[in-house]
Design a protein around this ligand. Structure first.
Ligand SMILES: [Fe+2]
Ligand SMILES: [Fe+2]
Length: 257
């Protein structure tokens, strides 16, 4: 008979897949072929916001590696995930540089010194796990919509990473809710804290950034996915109605705890 822990995606398998699908910043992205004339102002806006959100990886790392210090599997995964999120920032910054747009060190370090301590691990699991579906779909759709070939390639590489992260979180959550006997009520309570990542990174631009990404790229797909996934985990009592509201205006927005 299988136990939950047997079914959970092991770090060995996750890491093997990560190595197998790793893209090389210098050789897989043809930087010299970027065509600035094909990039729209709307794309620049989304890429700049996304770069800054990704740039917050060291700050999130400090918070999460503390929360999960005693959890070998999760802290192993986080180490790799945070490397990849920072790689996304580094690549997007370089892409913007090719367009003549600079992201400054001052922009990426503001807010990083603030630490967030999580009392209940379910809260960051949902915050960071759920975010993966929004970013995976957004980058996939940026790749699909843009006319600029290097951005198509880069966004596809990033989206593939985000889908792999999502796979880990879903598998981990499945084990976590079984192990701790977590039901829809606890998930709903944690979801009441949910908001997209990046409030700490982009502050006043946060609402506009995610609203624009939602309208232009992700639409309702992440919500449909999450409804199915979370109801599969803990049953039909899961409610997502407040999630969109919490993350599309400043009412109730605060650094997520
Ligand atoms: Fe990322
Ligand atoms: Fe990710």
């Amino acid at each position: 008979m299988h136990t939950t822990s047997n079914l959970r995606l092991s770090f060995d398998r996750f890491f093997a897949a990560t190595e197998r699908h790793r893209w090389e910043l210098e050789t897989d992205i043809p930087w010299a072929e970027v065509r600035p004339d094909l990039v729209t102002q709307d794309e620049v806006r989304v890429l700049r916001g996304s770069a800054l959100v990704e740039s917050f990886a060291p700050g999130y790392g400090a918070d999460l590696l503390t929360t999960f210090a005693a959890d070998v599997a999760m802290s192993s995964f986080l180490t790799i995930q945070l490397y990849e999120e920072f790689k996304h920032f580094h690549a997007l910054r370089r892409y913007l540089h090719c367009l003549g747009i600079e992201v400054t060190d001052a922009e990426i370090t503001q807010g990083r010194a603030e630490r967030v301590a999580y009392d209940d691990p379910l809260v960051p699991l949902l915050k960071f796990g759920i975010s993966e579906v929004f970013t995976a779909v957004a980058y996939r759709e940026i790749a699909r919509h843009t006319r600029e070939p290097v951005l198509q390639k880069l966004s596809t590489c990033i989206s593939d990473d985000e889908y792999r992260h999502l796979g880990w979180y879903v598998s981990y959550l499945e084990g976590y809710v079984n192990e701790h006997g977590i039901g829809a009520a606890e998930v709903n309570a944690a979801l009441e804290h949910y908001q997209h990542q990046g409030l700490d990174a982009i502050g006043s631009e946060w609402v506009e950034h995610w609203n624009f990404v939602g309208e232009r790229y992700t639409r309702l797909e992440p919500y449909r996915y999450l409804k199915r996934m979370l109801r599969g985990l803990v049953g039909s009592g899961v409610k997502l109605q407040n999630m969109g509201r919490r993350t599309s205006n400043f009412t109730g927005a605060q650094t997520f705890r």
